[in-house]
Design a protein around this ligand. Sequence first.
Ligand code: IPD
Ligand code: CA
Ligand code: CA
Ligand code: CA
Length: 270
Amino acid sequence: MQTSSLAALKEHALHCARSAGKLSLARMSEPFTVEYKTSASDLVTAVDKEVEKHVIDLILAQYPDHGILGEERTFAGDPSQYETLWVIDPIDGTTNFVHQQINFSVSIAVYHKGEGLVGAVYDPSRDELFYAVKGEGAFLNDRPLRLERHVRLEEALLCTSVFWNKRAEQMGIDQIVKKLAGKVRGMRLLGSAALEMAYVAAGRLDGYVSLSLNAWDFGAGRIIVEEAGGRVTSMAGTPLPFDQKSSVMACNPAFYEELQHYLNLSESHG
Ligand code: IPD
Ligand code: CA
Ligand code: CA
Ligand code: CA
């Protein structure tokens, strides 16, 4: 992709992220419907759907030949048929959006033939825009993000939802994470994977681990963490897909191998 078109792509992705975030913030002060997707802990609101539709309209107005993979599936085409694919989560952290009215984000990533070009995670409550362009670094608003501090695992603030996952219990990995919790400085859980990964890039968290995320949860965060100098793979150490589910580990590079070793003491997993 040419430099000029990459710059335009970045500007449009950032515009979409800001616009989507502002819309969800505005809708929060009005009543909206909340439905269960698969269970009482899997929510979707009318705002998730409206914001996704809004982002899709913005993308297609500028790039009618691009495809879109979004959580709420409001894009009419088949995402697998496009060379350039926008991977979007209109509200990442819907439970927080409903309960806390903070700690949610919009996540927007652009992939070309499977390569991540632009990632943007916008937190509208704090007006913080984390973004990265392939080969050009990562930023929070206009401040460059660089993971230069060498962090030992003992000093790390980790974020993981593995503890509360039933599958983790079946795999025995919950015990490993419990051990890990005793080794690191502390554990946190924010409830928006995209924001948690952006926080790793910003050094607010040193690592993030999830047993299973969808492509729209990690699509942007992965580009931002990598451009900040962090490492992102599946828990098994393989590269993340751009359009499929995967386990995810994202962290300061200094303790990547050690963390990866810990997480793989149980049976193998992707
Ligand atoms: C969820 C959040 C949460 C993660 C879940 C995701 P949603 O996304 O990212 O932090 O633990 O796995 O599904 O449904 O709020 O967009
Ligand atoms: Ca959801
Ligand atoms: Ca999500
Ligand atoms: Ca979502």
